[in-house]
Design a protein around this ligand. Structure first.
Ligand code: ADP
Ligand code: MG
Length: 279
């Protein structure tokens, strides 16, 4: 059972909007060696703006209908960009499948990350669209690419300082994102992370966590999406953003209610100090 010092740290965390699900999570945090971080919605606000798109109106209606069924921040941005569309012509009997970390599919229409379309013949014409460090979504119908969306997101105000704090305490921080290489690099540079992995699938995120654990590291993982949930569950300390999907919060040991990474760093320092006092 938790010591009085741990309980006091948990209660202090709660006052600061960092909810620990138990004493073990608080104690594990103080021994963390490695912190893996998701990008979208975690280091960034996850509030995308559609900056450019190209798709004909019938397909656009399909895309908006499909994205209405997804909880991904990209889906929300696309849906909100086209509020006036009349979706009556869309066949709503056909089901929409969400593939975590990839996109959505309905019949022969796929909306998702560029790498999903690697085997499509006309992909090269669209590759040039993946520029300027924007998040990209391609639209495919059958075996053809029929459109794209380019979206921009912003790094959270507190991200750089919090990451810097962890690094100064000797924690190795690494970025794991499902997004493309250019965006991954841009965000990593902006927040001061040297090591990043782009085009990461949910199972890749688990592999990084498990591989570090096999090397004897105490591993923290922070994320917000359904694509992060398995890695959060596998990590020694799974940390979810309060704005995240409910499955991420259920899989985590710690929830940052107001998404403020600086508060997590504060809790880390507190747990660390307490443990030094006890031991
Ligand atoms: P991150 O790891 O940075 O949080 P995700 O793994 O959630 O990113 O998503 C990776 C990529 O998959 C996105 O950049 C996007 O291209 C694509 N994607 C994921 N979900 C959707 C969706 N609902 N609609 C369109 N594209 C999506
Ligand atoms: Mg995310």
């Amino acid at each position: 059972s938790a010591t009085p010092a741990t309980l006091s740290a948990i209660s202090n965390g709660a006052k600061n909007g960092v909810l620990f699900k138990g004493g073990a999570a608080m104690e594990a945090l103080s021994t963390m060696d490695v912190l893996y971080s998701d990008k979208t919605g975690t280091l960034t606000y996850g509030e995308f703006q559609v900056t450019d798109y190209e798709v004909d109106e019938d397909i656009l209606k399909e895309v908006v209908y499909m994205e209405q069924q997804s909880s991904h921040p990209i889906a929300e941005a696309i849906v909100n960009t086209f509020p006036e569309l009349d979706l009556d012509t869309v066949d709503q009997t056909e089901s929409v499948e969400e593939v975590a970390g990839s996109g959505v599919q309905k019949g022969d229409i796929i909306v998702g990350k560029p790498s999903v379309f690697d085997s499509f013949e006309d992909v090269n014409g669209y590759r040039s669209k993946v520029m300027e460090g924007n998040t990209m979504v391609f639209v495919g119908k059958g075996n053809e690419i029929v459109g794209y969306f380019s979206l921009a997101d912003q790094v959270r105000e507190e991200s750089k300082q919090a990451i810097d704090g962890f690094q100064k305490e000797g924690i190795h921080v690494s970025l794991l994102t499902g997004d493309n290489e250019l965006v991954a690099k841009k965000v990593a540079e902006e927040v001061g992370i040297d090591e990043y992995v782009a085009s990461c699938l949910p199972e890749d995120k688990i592999s990084y966590v498990n591989d570090s654990q096999k090397k004897g590291k105490v591993v923290g993982m922070i994320g917000d999406g359904i694509n992060d949930a398995p890695a959060l569950a596998n990590a020694d300390i799974g940390i979810a953003m309060g704005s995240g999907s409910s499955v991420a919060m259920e899989s985590a040991d710690v929830v940052i209610v107001k998404n403020n990474l600086a508060k997590l760093f504060y809790s880390f320092k507190l747990s660390y100090k307490l443990n030094r006092i006890i031991l």
